[in-house]
Design a protein around this ligand. Sequence first.
Ligand code: CU
Length: 232
Amino acid sequence: MASHSPGTDQIDTLFWIGFFAAAILIVAIVGALLYVVRRYRGERGAEPRQLLGGRRLQFRVGAVLTVFAALLFILGIVFTDNAREKPSTGDAGLASLKSEPLKIEATGQQWLWRYDYPNGAFSYYKLVVPVDTAVELSLESTDVVHTWNVEELARKADAVPGKTNKVLFSTGDEGNYVGDSATLSGQAYAAMRTEVEVVSPEEYEEFVETQLEEIQTAQETVVGQIENGDTP
Ligand SMILES: [Cu+2]
């Protein structure tokens, strides 16, 4: 899956390093086996030669494997360290937030995500964020463990009841990114998807304002209906 933020770029690269390392090992081992089988094939019926020694070869293979493992270890540390780097808001991002990330609360409940924005607006299912901006999602849960998993934008993280887990990521490119459920959180967990819409800072501001107005109008309507004695 394509990555659309700096942090997931690192995770993506690390995945391919791991993939090619495994591929190289498989090819090398199968190749060596086939070579040995062909090279030391005995005549039908004849007792095959027994191979002894080869200590120097064993050392050489061991040394190569050690270097290979050490290299993977170092690359793993470098890339995970880079992926953990605190993202920052770029020039195209939300101008009012240069020094600190945009803080949004994400609450998981069976089986829906709710997002609370700094101005008091909230939305269900879809999270709208400005492009090129560092976002700090505070994950919370009202019932069981849910996993917030939008792999094109950020690492996977759990929303655990009674705990707040933070995910920091930078929104890269504008677009819509879908997140699937990654933890069995009850019967309807499979339908517990989410979507992140990355828009321009202006569109983001407009979204949270309209959202807040609509919520307030709806609340006023309900309060009015109750006061008039109508059942809402
Ligand atoms: Cu869930």
